[in-house]
Design a protein around this ligand. Structure first.
Ligand code: GLN
Length: 447
């Protein structure tokens, strides 16, 4: 009732939820009460959780915040969501995001932007913007988002909460609307590192419906949060010196480094020579994968169909032109271009090779050090509209989140303070693949 009340009061302004399920949530809550009384309740008993509009939940609308999926309802429940239900979570509603998770501000949503509670003229970040605001504004205890190149971590940073992207393949993607399949991961947005650990522990692990999921055993992350006395931590010199990095964020990073050194941890500046190449390779590869994944939205199988089509060809063209927003169309065109016969080797193949270099170098640093620490984003939450005129500027702002995505390693953003205007600052921790337990313990130590 507390969360429903807050949604009622705040959602009109903040636009975090696209749909709320009060009756079902109350029924789930009653069922959980009964189980608690009987001593049979699951690990998430009573946790009220919101779902980004990219996660399939049987008989519930699912739209990726896009016009093209108007009226679509999911026929099944995805694995991660099913595991939440199996552990007695209460699902409260469907959350706004950038259209097909393409964006960093929630402004590409067909349903309009979600707004940052601290200053509603500012973005909450994206693409899981609604999910981050919902936690920030206490409209649910936790949200489940998806992160392809920062979509859980960056909005968490902009809203002053915790956002976790697991190792690629840690959590099943079955029931997650695909954007770029070799990057996409489901991840929690929470108030605390403990909650993130618990949700990961519930959602992670083998799944017969997603052949890419790792067979690696899932540790009880929530029981392993005790930090070690001595860590070796690296920070990439060029990120601290980056000209686009806001002074207050640089300061927050430097104070964290000093604090850790003071506690006896080793903190070294390290070299990573490929910083300039991570955003271009990310956008070549993700648009290529997106152009293929989004081919299925053709006006025939589900969702929006153009009313004025005259033949099959015009049905495809008109449904897609009317159904997809400008950012999604831009990426489909870019992706189709980099995959076209004449340019495939020059762009797609080359970007794959660069990805390999980035991955090898990142893995090597994460063998030498327990963690890398980075800013989550170069700025704090910007104003709605500020970056929309310049897509390249928006892409470049992903510079600190896409390294972990290209390398497939886990990363978490934790709040570490505020800038001079009172806007939250997030700091990111990266660890080697499948070392979430260590990463979470360290992240908890930082908060
Ligand atoms: N901002 C990045 C993009 O637009 C990340 C999005 C995401 O992680 N889904 O691709």
């Amino acid at each position: 009732e507390y969360y429903l009340d807050n949604i009622e009061k705040k959602n009109g302004q903040l636009n975090a939820f696209l749909e709320v399920w009060p009756d079902e949530a109350r029924q789930q809550a009653e069922a959980v009460d009964a189980k608690l009384a009987a001593g049979t309740a699951g690990k998430l008993a009573g946790m009220v959780i919101g779902l980004k509009d990219v996660l399939a939940y049987k008989d519930h609308a699912l739209q990726s915040s896009s016009h093209i999926l108007d009226g679509f309802k999911s026929l099944f429940t995805g694995t991660a969501v099913q595991r939440l239900l199996d552990e007695d979570a209460i699902l409260i509603g469907r959350q706004n995001c950038d259209e097909f998770a393409m964006g960093a501000s929630n402004e590409t949503s067909y349903f309009g932007p979600a707004r940052n509670e601290i200053d509603p003229d500012r973005v909450p970040g994206g693409s899981s913007g609604g999910s981050a605001v919902a936690v920030q504004a206490d409209m649910c205890l936790a949200s489940i988002g998806s992160d392809t190149g920062g979509s859980v971590r960056q909005p968490a940073a902009f809203c002053g909460v915790v956002g976790l992207k697991p190792t690629y393949s840690r959590v099943s993607r079955y029931g997650l609307i695909a954007y770029a399949s070799s990057f996409d991961q489901v991840g929690p947005i929470t108030r605390s590192v403990e909650d993130a650990a618990l949700l990961l522990e519930v959602m992670a692990g083998p799944d017969e419906f997603d052949s890419t999921v790792s067979q690696e055993p899932v540790p009880a992350y929530s029981q392993l949060l005790e930090p070690k006395a001595h860590y070796r931590v690296g920070y990439i010199r060029d990120t601290v010196e980056h000209p686009g990095l806001a002074p207050d964020i640089k300061q927050a990073l430097e104070s964290t480094i000093e604090l850790l050194r003071g506690q006896g941890h080793v903190v070294d500046a390290v070299e990573f020579p490929y910083l300039d190449f991570i955003v271009p390779s990310y956008y070549i590869l993700t648009t290529a994968e997106a152009s293929s994944n989004l081919g299925r939205y053709d006006g025939v199988k589900y969702g929006y169909r153009a009313p004025d089509a005259t033949d099959l060809e015009s049905l495809y063209k008109k449904s897609r032109s009317q159904g997809f927003g400008p950012e999604v169309q831009r990426r489909i065109i870019l992706g189709t271009f980099v995959l076209s016969a004449d340019y495939y080797d020059a762009y797609y193949t080359k970007a794959q090779r660069v990805r390999r270099l980035i991955k090898e170098q990142t893995d090597e640093l994460l063998r030498q050090y327990d963690f890398l620490i980075l800013p989550t984003a170069p700025t704090t939450a910007f104003r709605i509209g500020e970056n929309m005129k310049d897509p390249l500027a928006m892409y470049l702002a992903d510079i600190f989140t896409v390294q972990a995505s290209l390398a497939g390693v886990p990363a978490i953003s934790v709040p570490v303070g505020h800038d001079g205007q009172g806007l939250p600052i997030g700091l990111q921790v990266l660890s080697g693949a499948f070392r979430e337990a260590d990463m979470l313990a360290f992240a908890k130590h930082l908060t």
